[in-house]
Every structure is written in C-alpha cells, then in structure tokens.
Design a protein around this ligand. Structure first.
Ligand code: G6Q
Length: 544
C-alpha cells in the first residue's frame, strides 16, 4: 500500500465519497439553489462551472487538504523556478518560460534572451514570408506552408491553426503532414506548386522516422517538380534542438529555428514549433496566444487554490478518477473550430499522466490518467452521447463553448448553445420514472405500450459535467485555455506523485518497428516472433 492511499487526506475523501454518493446531483441542486454561485470560478474571459459535479464545500476542503498533503505549492514553485523536475530525463519543464518575462536560468545559463532571440527570428521570418520579401525560387510569393512533424511537433500547431481560422491571413494556407502513411503527403502535395510551397520540418530530436521519411519524400517531390538543390535553402526550414542532424539533412542552419531540451514535445507549441501558427495567423496573434497563456500561468502560480482554475479542474478530475472510479473523460467543445482540441488534450493528458510508476520508482496502487476523447457538439450528440446518457459507465465530461461566434449566421450560435445547456442539464437531472410515465400518458399510449417503453425512456442522470464558457475564441483566450489544461495535468501528476514530462511508453514501438522493417524488406519467411506476429508478417509479405 502506498503512503498516498493510506494518508489521512485520502481516507477522509473515501469516507466522504461513500456518504455523498448516496445523493443524486438533482437532490444537491434541490437542497441548495446557490450551487452556481458557490461552485463556479472565473478568470479573465473564462468561466468554469463545477456545480454539476458531485461536490459540496466539504469535498473542496478535503481535496485542498490532499493538494497540500502532496505539496502542490512547492511543486508549482519548483516548476516555475526551472528545477529539473523531469527526473528521468534530468530536464527542467519550462514551457512557462516560453511565454514569460521573468529571468530564469538552466544550468547557469539565462534562457530568456535565447527565447526572445528565437521569437524575433520567427517574427522576421513570418513577416518576410507574408509580405513577399522572402519568395520562392521563381520569385513567386509563398502561398502554402507544409509543416512536417508528428506528435508534439504537429498536434499543437494543427489544433491552434484550426481554432484560429478566423484570424488566418489571406494568401497563405497551412497544411500538416504527420503520418508515415504515404497518402497524407501525396494528397497534400497533389494540389500544390513547389514554386510557392514552403516546408517547415519540425522535429525536436530530428531523428523521428516518420518526420524524416516524409521530409525526404517532400524534398524528392520538390526536386522532381521543378526545384533544384540550390533552391532547397529557400523552400525548406527546420525547427529543432538538433543542429547537426538538421545540417546533415541538408538544411542550412541559417534556416533553422532553435528550441531546447527543457521544452517537452507536447508542451512545445509556444516555442519555434509554433512557427506554422505565426505564418498562418501572424506574429501579433502568436504573441497574443503567448500572453493568454502567461496570464493563466500567473493565475496558477499566485491564486489561492480554492479560486485557482487549473488547481480545481485537476482536483475535480482526481475526485472522479480516484474516488468515483471513472476511467474515461470526454472533451466536448461546442465550437467546430476546436475540432482538434480533444485530440490535442488526448496527447497532453494521456502521454503525461498515463503512467503506473511513481517518481520514486514504485508501482502505484491507485488509478492515474483517464482515457481522454471527444468530438465537437452537436455532432457527438448524434453519435456517442447515447452512452453518456444511458450507458452503464459514468463518463465525466468537459463542455466548452464561446459566448460569441466568429460566424454570426442567423440563429446558429444560439441553437448550438441551447444544445450545450440542454445536454449538461439532462446529464445532471436525467428523467425519472414518474416523469416518463407522465410524458407517455400525455401521448395517449395504451397501458401495454406504455409499460413496454417506460424503462427505455428513463434517464438515470447524475452524470457529472464541468462547463467552461468563454467570451470569444480569440488567440489570447485560446492560449489561456491550453495553459489551463497544461496546469491541470501538472496538478494531477503531483497528487499521483508521477513525472508528467517523460514518455517512455512511446519508445518500445519505435525500437520494435525498426527491426521488423528490415524483415519486411527481405524475401524470407519470418519466424523470429511469437506465432501471431510471424503469421501476420508473413501474410502481409505474401499479399503486399
Ligand atoms: C511529446 C512526445 C512526442 C514527440 C514526437 C515527435 O511530448 O515526446 O509526441 O513530440 O514523437 O518527436 P520529435 O519532435 O523529436 O520528432
């Protein structure tokens, strides 16, 4: 048994859960009309309502006691001061510095001047491309940017450029290629002109198989469609920490945008990995994105925990996962432009906290990260919400929506938000037997039909949701929302005593795939694996 599950704060929460779980969420609302005032928090343009979570004041007090027991205040200080809290990789986790102002040192070196230098380089470059001062090999201006990267070197920029589509500058279209599946690169390049296409090769390590293979194929396409070796310098730039590998690939270091090992892949959109964002929406909007995140950083570092958005979001997640036993978490943006937000959070949360070993090397005896997934509303309502309402599992969900739309089309936005409010209310309250009976009776059903339909039409309710409303999805608010979730993940990692900044689970697949690729290239029958893997490989070889 770990000291965490034996600790007084943990045991008190367990006892509290046994008592509180006897009460339906509907009863909590009936007993206390002030729940919204008591359990919603706001910061700048963001409002978070936790009232539809199974909580009381006592729950919050007990969760805060757990946070203090796990030394959350000192972990926040350690992260913000640049301590090497990524202990298995001996690195700091300083994404907050990328959007900060305070001087910070890593290994005795001041990093703020370096951060500012690269931001200025991004600014000069993006302005030059956008203004046409920097052009392609035929002197035409660039019209298309193709970012080649994967995981943390892809998901952030994709999600942000999609979310900020209303801010995209005229004349430049961003594209993203991540998958090793040749279809993605082929379909992306099919309609592009090499003379007007700029490639950004984004890889922290510059050793990632998918990215280097796609980058080599892109270079080949460029050379066979009109570009020459000398023109590569104009059309290929790199974002990386690995200067020598960039040079080896054939990209001039003058065309390299640097970042550093203390920036984790899934925390890197604030660094030069954000170059496609700056190219697509302009550097001013990129600076606003950073400013929004910085304000959330300040809020996280200085606000008492009971009013601290990331702290409370993290602790409510702990309450659900560890005390109600939920294992999935839905992210449901009611904003089509946030359609990649669930996928982005899936990596952020699952790669950070999908771990079973503590910082001290012990196997945990409590649950850690949930399965995170989701789709924009209202689409999801016509697909998987059935399970959310009437399935056997409880899946807590975050509903997110802007109050103002960038697309004021007739009644669309009001209809969208009507669905948001209706769904969260229905998940909380459900529809009980008495209500269903009355409804069916009013439809003049005969007794037999009524009794037959009755159980199917009952909604148990008591399904927890957190609602996050914000004024408008502008760059600043988006930056704050992303930082909110980054810090939520950190809060949970501290409670669970795990390191959220490494990702050893990603490594095994990389090693094994290398060996099998060699086997696929040979004509012989493969017998070096288990029977299933041998069988599948040999079937593929016979049918490729
Ligand atoms: C993120 C992960 C992972 C990483 C990719 C790409 O935190 O480490 O998703 O971003 O594997 O790595 P490179 O940027 O090194 O190509």
């Amino acid at each position: 048994m770990s000291s965490l599950t034996q600790s007084s704060a943990w045991l008190a929460l367990q006892a509290h859960q046994s008592a509180l779980s006897q009460q339906h969420l509907r009863a909590l609302f009936q007993n206390d009309p002030q729940r919204f005032e008591k359990f919603s928090l706001s910061f700048n343009d963001i409002l978070i309502d936790f009232a539809k979570q199974p909580i009381t004041r006592e729950t919050i007090d007990l969760l805060l006691a757990l946070a203090h027991q796990q030394q959350l205040p000192s972990w926040i200080t350690r992260m913000f001061s640049g301590e090497k809290i990524n202990s298995t990789e001996h690195r700091a986790a300083l994404h907050i510095a990328l959007r900060g102002e305070q001087p910070i040192e890593v290994d005795g070196v001041a990093i703020m001047p370096e951060i500012k230098r690269v931001l200025k380089q991004m600014e000069r470059f993006s302005i030059a491309v956008q203004s046409g001062a920097r052009r392609g090999y035929t002197e035409k201006i660039f019209t298309d940017i193709v970012n080649i990267g994967i995981g943390g070197s892809d998901l952030g920029p994709v999600m942000v450029t999609e979310a900020l589509k209303p801010y995209q500058l005229n004349g430049i279209t961003p594209h993203f290629v991540s998958n090793i599946d040749g279809s993605q690169l082929t379909e992306t390049l099919r309609h592009l002109d090499p003379a007007t296409t700029l490639f950004v090769i984004a890889s922290k390590t510059f050793t990632t198989q998918e990215t280097l293979t796609n980058a080599n194929s892109a270079r080949q396409w460029f050379l066979t469609h009109g570009g020459s070796e000398q023109d590569i310098a104009l059309h290929f730039v790199a974002v990386s920490t690995n200067r020598s590998a960039v040079e080896k690939f054939g990209i001039n270091p003058d065309n390299m945008f640097e970042f550093w090992d203390w920036v984790g892949g899934r925390y890197s959109l604030w660094s030069a990995i954000g170059l496609p964002i700056a190219l697509a929406v302009g550097m001013d909007n990129f600076y606003s994105l950073l400013a929004g995140a910085h304000e959330m950083d300040q809020h996280f570092a200085t606000t008492p925990f009971a009013e601290n958005l990331p702290v409370m979001l993290g602790l409510i997640g702990i309450w659900q996962i560890n005390f109600f036993g939920t294992s999935a978490h839905a992210v449901l943006p009611y904003d089509q432009s946030m359609h990649r937000f669930p996928a982005y959070l899936q990596q952020l949360e699952m790669e950070s906290n999908g771990k079973r070993i503590t910082r001290d090397g012990e196997v945990v005896d409590y649950a850690t990260g949930s399965v995170v997934w989701g789709e924009p509303g209202t689409n999801g309502q016509h697909a998987f919400y059935q399970l959310l309402h009437q399935g056997t599992q409880t899946v807590p969900a975050d509903f997110l929506a802007p109050c103002q739309s960038h697309y004021p089309l007739a009644q669309h936005h009001r209809m969208l938000l009507a669905n948001f409010f209706a769904q969260t209310e229905a998940l909380m309250a459900g529809k009980n037997e008495q209500e269903v009976r009355a409804e069916l009776a009013s439809q003049r059903l005969n007794d037999a039909s009524l009794e037959q339909l009755l159980p199917h039409k009952i909604f148990p309710g008591n399904r927890p949701t957190t609602s996050i409303l914000f004024k408008k999805l502008d760059p600043k608010t988006l930056g704050a929302l992303i930082a909110l979730y980054e810090h939520k993940v950190f809060v949970q990692s501290v409670i669970w005593n795990i390191n959220p900044f490494d990702q050893w689970g990603v490594e095994l697949g990389k090693q094994l795939a290398g060996k099998i690729l060699t086997e696929l290239e040979q004509d012989t029958t493969v017998a070096s694996h288990d029977a299933s893997t041998n069988g599948l490989i040999n079937y593929f070889k016979a049918n490729q």
